[in-house]
Every structure is written in structure tokens, then in C-alpha cells.
Design a protein around this ligand. Structure first.
Ligand SMILES: Cc1cc2nc3c(=O)[nH]c(=O)nc-3n(C[C@H](O)[C@H](O)[C@H](O)COP(=O)(O)OP(=O)(O)OC[C@H]3O[C@@H](n4cnc5c(N)ncnc54)[C@H](O)[C@@H]3O)c2cc1C
Length: 397
């Protein structure tokens, strides 16, 4: 029995969480993404798994009622967040009210998983985007238990993870007045297997085990997507450019995204959550004063609850309202397109391994390596922004 069409399965794990016989578990496929597997000996064919699946059912989507830009006034908090540092203030409000905060963190082996905390020190682990799919585990069940006990809960995840949670809670008839859901504009989620291999690649290069990673290292103003990895021998890798670093290169070329991301039901202006977070890379002229190169968030209020909640973080930073039709990013209109070489990339990856696949994606081509060297030299000489500007002018003519 197939719970839903495999191409569309997002691995949200609502089916695992709902199964009364614990007959479903998630198994890694060859690309490292999790898919449900049914133990036929335990299954009683109750059908709850396909009923709870958000792919088989349409979850109610909300129309964005207002949009904001947000810049956290705690610089260190913003520097250690992806863009404007909007999630920590939301967590601060919930913690003040005795609630619990859910989000995605790195585990000890630097893979990504969902977890929950009641203290701000641990909640900081959720800051910054991890561009790898996070493992939800049994968090939906814990959200249910907390809501049943009338605790406030803040849950953040990709749109499909929020959809899975909402579908699960509706099936178990859980009241959701105390729940705030937050998703993000989502380009798609990266392969945990590819990420693990990248960690191996860098560990070999630096002669030591990777102990921490940050996809949004922010080494300098304007550098917002620079992967930083620290190693146990004290060395540190700082990617000089997003596009030239091996993980981000493949993420942005869409080679390592989950198959379902190409058919995403939630790449729309209507949103599944109460609040949607996103990047604002270029503010409109009247709000340029908010832009110092260390990140600015856009926040969408998709429900009345979301709107009220956004207003409650005003004391933590600059919060300005903008037109809902501005700052529309590509993934608010359409899912990311599947690249032509996606299947060839993975065939090569599985038959020839990591280095073989880098040839298919052109990462290790002569042209790309030459570009990489020029960008590295430019970064260290602090000439990279000027080179990019010149390249943009040349490409326009
Ligand atoms: C896979 C992915 C793709 C994204 N694509 C886009 C995009 O195309 N356009 C855009 O504008 N923004 C995108 N974002 C969102 C963006 O990177 C920032 O998260 C957003 O701007 C909020 O930043 P912040 O500084 O306000 O929040 P932060 O304080 O940095 O909070 C980050 C939040 O994201 C959650 N999170 C981090 N990693 C994951 C993960 N792997 N799975 C689930 N939840 C996670 C954390 O729990 C936390 O709540 C993406 C994020 C991710 C994780």
C-alpha cells in the first residue's frame, strides 16, 4: 500500500505520528531523504495514514493580510540569524508566556532535526536556516500533548511540515487556539546525504572533524549566504562566495532538492501558516536605512492570530509595514523547477560517488574552478563586490 504518490511525498511524518499500531517508520532513500515504510505485519489497514496525508487532502490556505520588514535591534542576535533575526523575538514572547518553542537545529553529527525547548539559550540553536531537510521525529505528538495541556506553542518549519502538523492536529481533534505556526518562503530542502558528504569533503580538506556549521555565516556586510564550518583542530572554513561553495552551488542549481519540492503545493502567495518569514535582500528606497548588509527579514501575517503576534515583537526591533504585493520572491509564485540534469546527477552520484557527480554538475569544470580562484582572490583583496558589479554591467551589454 502506498500512502501517497511517492514523487509528492514530503516526508512530513504525519502518517508515522498518527499510526495507532506504530506500523510506519521513516527510512532513508538513496538520496538520503526520509520516506514512510509500512510494516505489513503490524498494519491493520485502518487507512488513517492516507487520511492524514496533506498530499491527499487540501489544507486550508490563508490570504496574506499584511506584510512587514523586520530588523532585530540586538546586533549579535541578528548576526547569528539568517536575515533580520525574527524568530528569536517570537520565541521570547512565547517563553515569557510560559510556552514551548519548536524549530530545527543541528544534531551532534551536524545533521538537521526538529526539537523543542522552554529556555532561550537552547532556542538560539534554531536560529539560521539549515538548507537541509530536517527530521520531524515525534514532534507533532509532543505539540499535541502540550496543546491539550493548554500550553502556548510556537512551531516553525517548512510549509509542508506545517501542513503535516495542521493535518495531524485536525485528525486528532486537537484545539489549536494556543498554537502559532511559522513557515518560510521555501526554495526547497537539500539532501541530508549530500550534506553529510560535503562535511566529509571539508573534513578531509581540513584534516579534522567538523564540529559546527552555519549556512549564513555573515562574515562581512552583504555576505549573507556564506557557509562557515569549524573543525575540532581549531581550523575554520569560511566560504568566500555562496555560489562557488560546493553545498550552496548544488542547492542553488537545484540538483540536491527533494523530488517533491518541484511539485510543492505551498509555493504560493496564499500560506499554510499564521506567519511566513523570508529574506529581504533589497529594501525599497524609503526603507533603505534598515539595510546595513547584515540581514533584513520580511514577515507575512496570514491570519489574525499571526498579525497580532507580529505586532507583539515590535519592541525587539524595527518593524515597518509594507505593501503585500511587494517583496514577492520566486517561490511565492511557483515551485523551483527541476533541472534537466537532476536524474543524471543522481545516477552519477550513486554509481561514481560524490566526486563523479561534481563533474555532471560542472562544479569541477575548468571554467568553474577558474571562476572560483578569481572570486577567492577577490574576496581576500576585498574586491569581490566591485567584480560582481562589473560582471553585471558587462552581462547587461
Ligand atoms: C530550506 C530553506 C529554504 C529557504 N528558502 C528561502 C527562499 O527561497 N526565500 C526566502 O526569502 N527565504 C528562504 N528561507 C528562509 C530564510 O532563509 C530565513 O529563514 C528567513 O528569512 C528568516 O530569517 P530570520 O533571520 O528572520 O530567522 P532565523 O532566526 O534565522 O530563524 C530561522 C528559522 O527557520 C527554522 N529552520 C531553519 N532551518 C530549517 C529547516 N531545515 N527546516 C525547517 N525549519 C528550519 C528555524 O527553526 C527557525 O525558526 C529558506 C529557509 C530554509 C530553511
Amino acid at each position: 500500500m502506498e500512502i501517497c504518490n511517492k514523487e509528492n511525498c514530503t516526508g512530513c511524518s504525519a502518517c508515522v505520528n498518527i499510526c495507532p499500531k506504530t506500523a510506519i517508520s521513516l527510512r532513508e532513500n538513496e538520496k538520503g531523504f526520509l520516506y514512510p515504510e509500512i510494516d505489513k505485519k503490524k498494519c491493520v489497514e485502518c487507512g488513517l495514514c492516507s487520511k492524514v496525508c496533506h498530499i491527499n487532502n487540501d489544507i486550508q490556505l490563508n490570504k496574506v493580510s499584511s506584510k512587514y520588514l523586520f530588523k532585530n535591534n540586538d546586533f549579535s542576535m541578528r548576526k547569528s540569524s539568517s536575515s533580520g533575526g525574527s524568530y528569536m523575538p517570537m520565541a521570547q514572547v512565547v517563553i515569557k508566556n510560559g510556552g514551548t518553542v519548536f524549530g530545527a537545529e543541528f544534531s551532534d553529527n551536524l545533521m538537521v532535526k526538529h526539537n523543542y525547548y522552554k529556555d532561550l539559550e537552547n532556542i538560539r540553536k534554531f536560529c539560521t536556516s539549515k538548507y537541509v531537510q530536517s527530521d520531524i521525529g515525534n514532534t507533532y505528538k509532543i505539540v499535541y500533548e502540550l496543546l491539550k495541556g493548554h500550553e502556548k506553542v510556537l512551531f516553525s518549519g517548512s510549509p509542508c511540515q506545517v501542513a503535516g502538523l495542521k493535518s495531524y492536529l485536525s485528525m486528532v481533534k486537537c484545539p489549536t487556539d494556543d498554537l502559532i505556526t511559522v513557515d518560510f518562503i521555501c526554495h526547497g530542502v537539500g539532501s541530508p546525504k549530500f550534506w553529510n558528504d560535503c562535511l566529509g569533503f571539508y573534513s578531509k580538506k581540513f584534516g579534522s572533524k567538523a564540529v559546527s556549521a552555519n549556512f549564513r555565516g555573515k562574515p562581512r556586510p552583504g555576505k549573507l549566504q556564506n557557509l562557515t564550518i569549524s573543525f575540532s583542530n581549531g581550523k575554520k572554513f569560511q566560504a568566500p562566495s555562496a555560489n562557488m561553495e560546493v553545498f550552496f552551488y548544488h542547492f542553488l542549481q537545484n540538483c540536491i532538492l527533494r523530488e517533491s519540492c518541484f511539485y510543492c503545493k505551498y509555493s504560493k502567495t496564499e500560506r499554510v501558516s499564521d506567519i511566513t518569514m523570508g529574506d529581504c535582500f533589497r529594501a525599497e528606497a524609503k526603507f533603505l536605512y534598515l539595510q546595513d548588509g547584515y540581514g533584513l527579514s520580511q514577515l507575512m501575517a496570514n491570519t489574525e492570530k499571526g498579525q497580532e503576534f507580529i505586532e507583539s515583537i515590535r519592541e525587539y526591533g524595527d518593524l515597518v509595514q509594507v505593501d503585500v504585493n511587494n517583496y514577492i520572491q520566486p517561490n511565492l509564485l511557483n515551485p523551483t523547477s527541476k533541472p534537466q540534469r537532476y536524474n543524471t546527477f543522481w545516477d552519477e552520484y550513486l554509481s561514481k560517488g560524490f566526486n563523479g557527480a561534481l563533474r555532471v554538475s560542472n562544479y569541477s569544470s575548468f571554467k568553474n574552478r577558474a571562476k572560483h580562484i578569481v572570486l577567492c582572490v577577490a574576496y581576500y583583496l576585498r574586491l569581490d563586490s566591485s567584480i560582481k558589479k562589473i560582471a553585471r554591467i558587462i552581462s547587461k551589454h
